[in-house]
Design a protein around this ligand. Structure first.
Ligand code: FNR
Length: 379
């Protein structure tokens, strides 16, 4: 309402309030290699496109004669009460999204400003300790790309636990990088890679493996990183992962109900339904079309969701289908690129404002009402 009424009195927001316009504005502002890395996906990007467009197949039915004058968007997750059902999905080049190269810190500051938690990527430009500190009072999660060097994995997790992260989100689908023509055609990732290895370069175990510190021999450090990146995790690794931390463990990339069931049976703390925004595999199914089955298979275990969320309405649909929390990915990168921490905060506030207004007009005062209302599939 603040944004809307300010607009009616002639004070227009400095950044676009919808993702399509925001993305177009960001595309014009970002360096081509960075843009192709953030905006691009796997193959001809069919799955990536379907992630966003499939939300249109689902609709909600409003309820009337309900007092929805105040709405409660808070959720319980990992023992915390979070003011927002949104979180920032882990994005590995976030650091490069701001001119100063510290976009991870800017994202964390946006989290502190809005109360929207950040899931901080392993592939960050700033050390995970500094990123956590910049989140202020808002809880944060640490996303783990599990290295093949198990001591290094243990060290990263121990650092995250010591830094105060509230959960470890283990990404399952990226032990190898998918076929991404835009990256290959513009050679964008090699240009960005050296900048996003800070968590490795600052790690005592990683450093102990090198003949010379990364400051003295960067190329050797990058080579060593490439040699240790990407442990192939299987179900038999779960006890080992569990032994690394007391924090809740979340498995990111679960799309099949049988995998969700197996994760729950193994005692995992949350299931994260995501197809990595269509960046890893093409020829898939829109993640939102898989969510309901994953939720059903997960029973009372919380399900996190991302892939294709572009509006507050999309987020409410995912919550209505049973997601406990909904991850925003590319849109906040565009906010960072256009306006740093304030830009990302603007994007998150717009998504939350749209979600809140939808709950008001649809007569859903709480997220329990949203879930009870559910969604209907359009034919
Ligand atoms: C990602 N994603 C990702 N996931 C992860 O677990 N660790 C990571 O470091 C990254 N890095 C990353 C970089 C970029 C540029 C993008 C766009 C995405 C995937 C991310 O967490 C999330 O699953 C997707 O962004 C969701 O898709 P949309 O909604 O952004 O299209």
């Amino acid at each position: 309402n603040q944004i809307y009424f300010a607009g009616l009195s002639g004070v227009l927001p400095s950044l676009p309030v919808d993702t399509a316009t925001l993305e177009a504005r960001a595309a014009a502002a970002m360096a081509p290699s960075l843009l192709s890395y953030v905006q691009g996906g796997c193959g001809d990007e069919t799955t990536q496109g379907a992630n966003a467009s499939a939300f249109a197949h689902w609709g909600m039915v409003p309820r009337m004669m309900v007092d929805a004058t105040s709405r409660d968007l808070s959720i319980e997750l990992f023992g915390h009460t979070l003011s927002s059902p949104l979180f920032m999905a882990p994005i590995g080049v976030t650091g490069m999204c701001t001119q100063d190269g510290h976009g991870d810190i800017a994202a964390a500051q946006a989290s502190a400003m809005t109360g929207v938690p950040l899931c901080a990527s392993t592939l960050a430009n700033d050390p995970l300790e500094a990123v956590k500190a910049a989140c202020g009072e808002t809880p944060a999660f640490f996303q783990l790309y599990t290295p093949r060097d198990e001591d290094l994995a243990a060290s990263l997790v121990a650092r995250a636990e010591a830094a105060g992260y509230a959960a470890i989100v283990v990404t399952l689908d990226t032990w190898v990088t998918g076929w991404r023509p835009r990256d290959l055609n513009t050679a964008s990732f090699p240009q960005l890679r050296g900048h996003v290895l800070t968590n490795y370069f600052s790690d005592p175990v990683f450093r102990s493996r090198l003949a010379k510190p990364p400051e003295e021999d960067g190329p050797a450090a990058v080579r060593h990183w490439a040699a240790t990146f990407g442990k192939v995790l299987t179900w038999s690794d779960l006890p080992w992962l569990r032994s690394l931390t007391k924090l809740p463990i979340v498995l990111k990339g679960i799309c099949h109900p049988d995998d969700a069931r197996r994760a729950v049976d193994a005692g995992i703390d949350a299931v994260y339904c995501s197809n990595h925004g269509g960046r890893q595999a093409n020829g898939g199914i829109a993640a939102i079309d898989l969510l309901a089955d994953v939720v059903a298979a997960s029973g009372s275990t919380p399900v996190l969701f991302d892939s294709g969320v572009r509006s507050g309405t999309d987020a409410i649909k995912a919550l209505a289908m049973g997601a406990r929390a909904v991850g925003v990915g590319r849109p906040y990168s565009y906010g960072l690129a256009l306006g740093g921490a304030a830009g990302a905060a603007h994007v998150l506030k717009c998504l939350l404002a749209e979600a809140d207004l939808l709950m008001a007009v649809n007569g859903y005062p709480t997220l329990a009402d949203v879930r009870a209302a559910g969604t209907r599939r359009l034919t």
